[in-house]
Design a protein around this ligand. Structure first.
Ligand code: ZN
Length: 552
């Protein structure tokens, strides 16, 4: 007997439909899974068998074939355990609905597909038995629900990755609902317009399809999670001194500029970077949903959390692999650059990162996404983040420090700086000197300006940029401007122009450095509410290019 359960798998940060077809025939007892299953699915056979028996059902001693359609996509993960178990129960008449004597709907293979049209047409076809069967409308039809879940040996349902994109796919193809592990309800519940149901164990779901008991429901209104108080556990008010660095970070936040902080150990670079997400402009709902999808696929959403509403902060160690940073692996996951999407990626001790690891940062910094090529497919993860890097000024850390002598050889300092490739440095607009803070400043009682106050200025400056770039695809902030955009969007007063020329001549700045200064000056003018770039904006911007100056 044949039965079909709808399920889904994740590719990148989106899900595609997978039909789990269970075929049970007379013959020597066997259990085969076809349709390019990978490791975790093959092991799933043991879990499925134990879960069925331990839930009080009968495991058929027959020839069992499970087909995962479409057959040409490799499938991995444990999320098919539950649909496979349900398929076996349905095909053996142990789910009250979909008894073997009913007309089965599986008439052609591979009805699932990544195109939405596919899913809708197969759904319409599967509606047929529901209207023809006299009492079938009393029971939820398992063809109307998409099911995912890992099974424990006792039949308990365990969380899966990607419940949010899976629920979104179920809605996109017009299914009536989706059944996810109960732990994944908060994230899946963000999707509206369909039933979002939570499964505790196999028995629950079997009872639901038999019409005996409802499942836990969830509906989360994302807008209620939004716009309220932020949950940041850090604040700029806690940072004493470092006024120059704080101002530079405000400029960076306002114009979406990447930054590098240079200073001796213990000067507070990490403390400052941790607080950068708290002054970035508020996330839009769309941004939050996209970031949540990534965290859902990466399995990083804390229990009970529906939405990533605060901008993430990620600080991978310098020993991170390029797969860890960019994403990938044999069962592909988003990397740190994607988990930081919408927030801040902090790379402390930048010169300590391996060169090839830093090289792979170029694509996300340029395009705001990463593409990962695997044997048969290409995956794409969003990765638009603010890069905050930090480094010591030299290997010993005290080059240029008034209070302590640097013990490095002069060549050592140069070689240390040269470890960061030119193309990477090219994507960092703002250089911030973070000197050691004198004890006097640290101990004075006055606390700094709170993040909330800074964020008001940042939001206002960002709004001016959104108006300026309205209708320009790919530009949301000053940092995204290309050199050809500068003459149009960066109008400079005559005095400011003269100042720029002097600075270039005196500091021997390159054309690239000139472009960076213009962009930063544009952001500083936006913070000041000025339409034109004036001399004070230029002179402040020049201060943020300290690495362009010769070592001295
Ligand atoms: Zn040194």
């Amino acid at each position: 007997m044949l039965a079909r359960i709808r399920s889904a798998a994740v590719l990148g940060i989106d899900a595609y439909l997978v039909d789990v077809e269970a075929d049970i025939t007379r013959g020597l007892p066997s259990f085969a899974t076809v349709g390019l299953p990978q490791g975790a699915i093959k092991e799933g056979r043991e879990r499925v068998g134990a879960a069925i028996v331990n839930s009080g059902f009968e495991f058929p001693l027959k020839r069992i074939t499970i087909n995962l359609a479409p057959a040409d996509v490799r499938k991995d993960g444990s999320a098919f355990d539950l649909p496979i178990a349900l398929g076996i129960l349905a095909a053996t008449g142990q789910l009250r609905h979909g008894l073997p004597d009913e007309p089965m709907v599986v008439t052609e293979p591979a009805t699932a597909g990544r195109a939405d049209g596919d899913g809708v047409s197969s759904l319409q076809r599967s509606d047929a038995p529901m209207s023809s069967g006299s009492d079938s409308s009393r029971y939820p039809l398992y063809d109307d629900y998409l099911v995912v879940g890992e099974l424990g040996l006792e039949g308990d349902v365990r969380p899966v990755r990607g419940a949010l994109p899976i629920a979104a796919r179920a809605r996109a193809v017009g299914l009536r609902g989706v059944i996810v592990p109960v732990h994944n309800l908060p994230e899946a519940g963000v999707v509206d317009g369909i039933e979002i149901l939570g499964a505790r164990n196999l028995l629950d779901v079997a009872a639901f399809f038999g019409g005996d008991a409802p499942l836990a429901r969830s509906r989360v209104d994302p807008s209620t999670l939004f716009g309220g108080a932020r949950h940041d556990d850090v604040d700029f008010a806690e940072v004493r001194g470092q006024e120059h660095a704080k101002r530079a970070l405000e400029v960076a936040a306002a114009g979406a500029h990447n930054v590098i902080m240079i200073g001796p150990p213990g000067s507070g670079k990490t403390m400052l970077a941790r607080r950068l997400p708290t002054i970035l402009p508020e996330m839009t709902l769309e941004e939050a949903l996209e970031t949540t999808k990534i965290h859902s696929v990466a399995g990083l959403l804390p229990p009970g959390q529906s939405l990533v509403a605060d901008r993430p902060f990620r600080a991978p160690h310098h020993t991170v692999s390029d797969a860890g940073l960019i994403g990938g692996g044999s069962y592909p996951r988003p990397g740190e650059v994607s988990i930081a999407h919408g927030g801040v990626l902090f790379l402390d001790e930048l010169p300590e990162f391996r060169k090839n690891v830093l090289e792979v940062l170029r694509q996300p910094l340029e395009d705001g996404l990463v593409t990962i090529s695997r044997a048969a497919t290409t995956l794409c993860y969003p990765a638009r983040f603010t890069l905050a890097a930090a480094m010591n000024p030299c290997p010993c850390g005290y080059f240029g420090d008034p209070g302590r002598a640097c013990t490095c050889e002069p060549l050592g300092v140069e070689r240390y700086l040269a470890r960061i490739s030119g193309p990477l440095m090219d994507r960092i607009d703002i250089h911030i000197d973070v000197p050691a803070v004198p004890y006097k400043e640290l101990s004075c009682g006055r606390s700094g300006e709170p993040s909330e106050v800074i964020r008001v200025r940042v939001n206002a400056a960002r709004r001016r940029q959104l108006e300026r770039f309205a209708g320009r695809a790919g530009i949301y902030a000053n940092a995204h401007m290309r050199p050809r955009d500068l003459s149009k969007f960066c109008r400079v007063s005559d005095q400011a122009e003269a100042l720029l020329k002097t600075a270039i001549a005196k500091l021997k700045l390159s054309a690239r450095a000139y472009h960076r200064i213009l962009k930063i000056a544009r952001t500083i003018a936006d913070l000041a509410g000025e339409g034109r770039i004036l001399p004070p904006h230029v002179s402040e911007a020049v201060q943020y290019r300290s690495l362009d100056r010769p070592l001295g």
